[in-house]
Design a protein around this ligand. Structure first.
Ligand SMILES: [Zn+2]
Length: 106
């Protein structure tokens, strides 16, 4: 997967097109991602032991990774992921500005 957790991405296709957010989870086996604040839908649930009142919960739906593009932290453009090297490490780079797409380690 070219998209990783905590990447800043834009939705480029589908009904959430134009929205942006941070990748919250990735599902490599089905090539889907969950983006914070995107594709949120409400679901009413019956009371359970965990939520005794039941009610409405918000669910963050998975989005196909093919509908998502990364936003380059260097040039702030929606870009494609290329690959480059930083020392011995393979890193993802922006195809527009050649800047690294890897997040700084905090
Ligand atoms: Zn760039």
């Amino acid at each position: 997967m070219k998209i990783k957790k905590n990447d800043n991405v834009a939705v480029i296709a589908g009904k959430d097109r134009g929205k942006t957010g941070l990748v919250e989870r990735v599902f490599p086996t089905d090539s889907k991602v969950v983006i914070t604040g995107v594709a949120v839908y409400k679901k009413s649930v019956k009371p359970t032991r965990r939520a005794p009142k039941g009610g409405i919960i918000e669910i963050n739906a998975k989005i196909a990774v093919s509908n998502v593009a990364i936003i380059c932290p260097s040039c702030s453009k929606i870009t494609k992921v290329g690959y480059g090297k930083s020392g011995d490490k393979k890193i993802r780079i922006c195809k527009k500005c050649q800047g690294s797409l890897e997040l700084e380690k905090k």
